[in-house]
Design a protein around this ligand. Structure first.
Ligand code: TYC
Length: 103
């Protein structure tokens, strides 16, 4: 067109982004030596589960090998893992607890 000013700019829409921090699953691993009652106690003490919930998760780990105990921010997950690993070590049980980024 005759009045074309030659503007070739591209309008780019920007979505207002509210970004949430990534979450981490805390996993408990099975082993052949840690007593079941100790694992139940750990789940009650460090994850605020009632006895029935703790027993259920302990049994899931015992049967399946691993279970997600909870989902937390990076800092909280690290603290939970450290608390469980330290408590297990002090009682000389080989119980393992790890964390993994959620997809
Ligand atoms: N497998 C253990 C036993 O038979 C019990 C156990 C459950 C250990 C869960 C670890 O994360 C665990 N005594």
């Amino acid at each position: 067109r005759s009045e074309d000013d030659g503007d070739t700019s591209i309008l780019t829409a920007t979505k207002p982004k509210t970004k949430r921090p990534p979450l981490y699953k805390v996993l408990l691993l099975n082993d052949d030596f840690t007593p079941m009652e100790f694992v139940v106690h750990v789940l009650e003490r460090f994850f605020g589960l009632n006895h029935a919930q703790a027993f259920e998760i302990m049994l899931t780990v015992h049967k399946k090998g691993v279970a997600v105990v909870g989902v937390f921010s990076h800092e909280i997950a690290e603290t939970k893992v450290a608390q469980v690993m330290d408590f297990a070590r002090r009682h000389q049980h080989p119980l393992q607890c790890t964390m993994e980024k959620e997809d």
